[in-house]
Write a protein that binds this ligand. Structure first.
Ligand code: HEM
Length: 447
């Protein structure tokens, strides 16, 4: 029989069903469950029994900093990353071996400000081309379109703006792979991959499709073109070039990690702007006041930056992280046994009433004027495993929102509060639909 070691946590042990523990409450209303813990236990550490595992919910910034930064070497990816690992292999996100540091050193320079600067004209033009195809007469499925546009941007940045056949096919395959990761997360009893059932066959097909498309792209792209990420992955400034299998894992990882998160964040931002006309008006005034409306000009959009930050505070697409404790550790005086799972909820941190004034309100101004983000604001994680694409993502979002809002007025088809779901990436339960109209001030975005 499973036993929870609650050691000195007796007062912070969330009682649950004798057999299932808190599994049911956690699975049926994850965000409400975590916020409930926060209400009940403040910034403590709470032990729960979920899916037959010893879970420790860390509710303070201090304990999260301990795990992600101060003592990060004592923590590895938890079981929650297993579904992703099935197709990302040893790519940066799921790599927990001693090759991770080497890979990070090879990949990080490709995302430096200097490299982003070089890629930004290609990104801007790709966005322009996509947005110029939007049709204001038809209802606009924001969720679908933001997924398409982020796919395009990440492809342009990785491979250059070559017209690469087969990339559209990736959308369907990526969907299957993400579904596999989510299903495995929710259902620990899911059949192992060697069982030839329908879902596994579909998964294996999607995985081969992705690898094939990416291999074809690798052979088709100009290996000497330095204006894309792929060049730096192929020719790292440090260390030996990667074997092709590793390169394919890294490319798949960048697609997966870099696309859906950004698309969801864009949808949440447009949803929030749709519900806050004053903020939208300020964004438009800022856009119309730009001396240069191009990829350089977006760096001047201070208010839009605050809007994006506030949107990622309220709706962090990477809403939680979890780690497994390698050796017994003590956090805030609490002993965490070896092999336990620590659960870090970014969503709860971002709505903690002790840190944020009016935490549920949309107030972009709270980020104005300060260069450093407040403690407890972690949309891109923290420590050595912090998101490698964070500057890329913010730049991309600014470019897309700037061009979209310069060209279109929009209304939410359904302005009611959204319901959230929490697979790997936090998302609205239903797709977000918009009604678009050309802005009267300008019908065309200059290139
Ligand atoms: C709004 C968009 C994004 C959000 C919210 C986001 C969030 C995160 C977070 C929280 C982590 C840390 C995960 C953990 O420690 O468990 C992470 C890691 C990572 N992200 Fe992002 N990300 C975004 C966009 C991107 C983009 C655009 C790329 C690349 C094109 C990217 C590539 C990665 C990679 C490769 C990792 C793993 C880093 C490592 O472990 O060394 N992400 N991301």
């Amino acid at each position: 029989m499973y036993r929870v070691n609650i050691n000195e946590l007796k007062s912070n042990f969330k009682k649950g069903h004798f057999f299932w523990g808190n599994t049911k409450e956690f699975a049926s209303g994850t965000l409400a469950f975590i916020q409930g813990l926060q209400k009940e236990y403040g910034d403590g550490i709470v032990a729960c029994k979920i899916a037959f595992k010893n879970f420790y919910f860390l509710l303070s910034t201090k304990s999260i900093v301990h795990v992600l930064q101060k003592n990060n070497k004592n923590y590895r990816r938890s079981f929650a990353y297993n579904g992703l690992r099935d197709f990302l292999g040893n790519g940066l996100l799921t790599n927990d071996s001693n090759t991770w540091v080497e890979q990070r050193r090879k990949i990080q320079p490709a995302f430096s400000k200097k490299e982003l600067q070089k890629m930004s004209a290609i990104m801007w033009q790709g966005i322009h081309k996509t947005i110029s195809e939007y049709n204001p007469n038809a209802a606009f499925n924001c969720t679908e379109q933001m997924n398409k546009i982020t796919m395009r941007v990440v492809s342009d940045a990785l491979f250059g703006a070559t017209d690469l056949k087969g990339l559209e096919a990736l959308n369907g395959a990526l969907y299957v792979l993400r579904k596999h990761a989510n299903d495995k997360l929710k259902n620990p009893l899911k059949a192992p991959l060697w069982v030839p059932n329908k879902a596994n066959k579909r998964f294996n097909k999607a995985k081969s499709e992705i690898k094939e498309v990416l291999s074809n792209i690798l052979s088709a792209t100009d290996a000497n073109n330095q204006d894309n990420l792929l060049y730096w992955l192929r020719n790292p400034a440090e260390g030996q070039p990667m074997p092709v299998a590793q390169l394919l894992d890294e490319l798949t990882t960048l697609f997966i990690a870099g696309q859906e998160t950004t698309a969801q964040s864009l949808c949440f931002t447009l949803y929030l702007l749709g519900r806050h006309p004053d903020a939208l008006k300020k964004v438009k005034t800022e856009l119309d006041g730009l001396a240069e409306f191009n990829e350089q000009g977006v760096h001047q959009l201070a208010y839009l930056s605050c809007v994006i930050k506030e949107s990622m505070r309220l709706y962090p697409p990477a809403w939680a992280m979890s780690r497994e404790v390698i050796e017994e550790d003590t956090i805030d005086g609490v002993t965490i046994p070896k092999g336990s799972v620590v659960f870090l909820s970014i969503y709860a941190m971002h709505r903690n009433p002790d840190t944020w004034e009016e935490p549920e309100a949309f107030k972009p101004e709270r980020f104005a004027g300060s260069k450093k983000d407040p403690e407890g604001y972690l949309p891109f994680g923290l420590g050595p495993r912090m998101c490698v694409g964070n500057h890329f993502a913010v730049l991309e979002m600014k470019m897309i929102l700037a061009q979209f809002l310069k060209k279109f007025e929009f209304e939410l088809k359904n302005p009611e509060p959204i319901e959230l779901i929490t697979p790997m990436t936090m998302s609205p339960k239903e797709d977000i639909w918009l009604q678009l109209n050309y802005r009267s001030i300008t019908s065309e975005v200059p290139q």
